[in-house]
Write a protein that binds this ligand. Structure first.
Ligand SMILES: Cc1ncc(COP(=O)(O)O)c(C=O)c1O
Length: 400
């Protein structure tokens, strides 16, 4: 689909093409001035609300000082951000890669894993999304979508995601299969979202203990655990980082999206200094626009706001409220609800019903998106006011 010479992916009826004229907090206005309550946060990006004033001011102030970074040097705001971010993460995750977004963070992480372990194989999970380039796509793209782009990066095996419904026995079988793979001691890294699939839009939650057990097994066999917190990071799931739910420290954590609240392109892979230093030259970790001072100023202010306001508590509280409010409607068009914090999936009997509800809500002033097939993904800004949350839910409920 091409509009005004910009190419857009045709989202097959999952969204309405939306030319935004203005956005503020949890509201978007389209080009004709139509007001929409936003339940998407631009897909887990504007977690603090659109155009956050303090993040904007931090950008303006930095633009007056220095805008461009240096591949072989640093700006004080880059150093300051690296310190603040690593201090917010579990001990041991103390080195950052400069990247421009989530895809680059994941691609950097897998390059580090191959260079550091001197192994080739990578493990991912089916129907997961980790980015738009060849390695990140190969880590989850469905069979159906592969042929047009094949060959993707080789030596990548995909496992079935052990979601909650597999039960205790299913989870045991999953762990057995994973161990069989890892036992060969040729797997450089296992890449996963931390217990809920946000990227490809299923909001499937992992069976409890998923992070703990994958950590145990990857450690046992010398495989690096790369956790993709591009969608879950920065308070989305009720903790500043989703790994805190199981208190697991991966080898590398990838961050982007809400990292700067959408105000500047930035991403990072954070890991251990010893690993990153050993892999640095071989992994070719250079990015001209990675971590520009402007982007770092935005990310630093974003992190400070999350920490100052304990935004993860808003996410936990409002997420529980949304689930409580919608649960009595189960049984009609709505066949299931699942989620963590303010990352909530609503299931419908079929994709057609899901799409029709989305469209009707959109015309009544609610911007909500459909993830995979029959799953509607609710991701409001975590700072949404109680009034707007009520108003948005009332529109949704009217069509359920
Ligand atoms: C879980 C996850 N990982 C990685 C990415 C890729 O991030 P980016 O679009 O910044 O390259 C996304 C983007 O949607 C994502 O949701």
């Amino acid at each position: 689909m091409i509009e005004n010479s910009i190419v857009y992916r045709d989202f097959k009826g999952k969204y309405d093409y939306l030319p935004v004229s203005k956005a503020k907090g949890s509201l978007i206005w389209d080009k004709d001035g139509k007001r929409l309550i936003d339940f998407s946060s631009a897909w887990n990006v504007t977690n603090l609300g659109w155009n956050h004033p303090e993040v904007r001011d931090a950008i303006i102030a930095q633009a007056k000082k220095n805008a461009q970074g240096l591949l072989w040097g640093s700006d004080p705001v880059q150093e300051e951000y690296a310190t603040a971010l690593t201090e917010a993460l579990p001990e041991g995750l103390d080195a950052c890669i400069k990247a421009t977004g989530g895809t680059e963070a994941i691609e950097s992480a897998v390059k580090i894993a191959r260079a550091y372990t001197k192994r080739k194989r990578l493990i991912g999970f089916k129907e997961n999304y980790h980015g738009q380039l060849f390695a990140s796509l190969a880590l989850g793209l469905s069979e159906k979508e592969r042929p047009a782009l094949a060959p993707l990066v080789p030596e990548i095996s995909l496992l079935d995601f052990p979601h909650e419904e597999v039960g205790e026995e299913g989870f045991r079988v999953f762990l057995q299969k994973l161990e069989e793979q890892l036992k060969r001691e040729d797997v450089a890294a296992l890449v996963a979202e931390p217990g809920i699939i946000t990227g490809w839009g299923s909001t499937l939650r992992a069976y409890p203990g998923f992070l703990t057990e994958t950590r145990r097994l990857t450690e046992k066999y010398g495989t690096l655990l790369i956790i993709d917190e591009v969608g879950t990071g920065f308070s989305r799931t009720g903790k500043l980082f989703c790994i805190e739910h199981e208190q697991v420290t991966p080898d590398i954590i990838a961050l982007a999206k809400a990292i700067s609240n959408g105000a500047a392109a930035i991403g990072t892979a954070v890991g251990r200094t010893a690993v990153f230093e050993a892999a640095f030259s071989d992994a070719v970790l250079v990015s001209t626009f990675g971590w520009t001072p402007i982007a770092c100023a935005a990310a630093l202010e974003t992190l400070r706001v999350h920490q100052r306001e304990s935004t993860w508590e808003l996410s936990a509280r409002k997420g529980a409220y949304i689930q409580k409010k919608l649960t009595p409607l189960l049984g009609g068009k709505l066949t299931g609800i699942r989620g963590l914090g303010m990352e909530i999936g609503l299931q419908f009997a079929d994709a057609g019903t899901c799409s029709a509800v989305r469209k009707a809500a959109f015309s009544d002033g609610l911007h909500v998106v459909v993830g995979s097939g029959n799953n509607m993904q609710l991701m409001p800004p975590l700072t949404i006011s109680e009034d707007l949350l009520e108003e948005g839910l009332a529109i949704l409920i009217k069509h359920l």
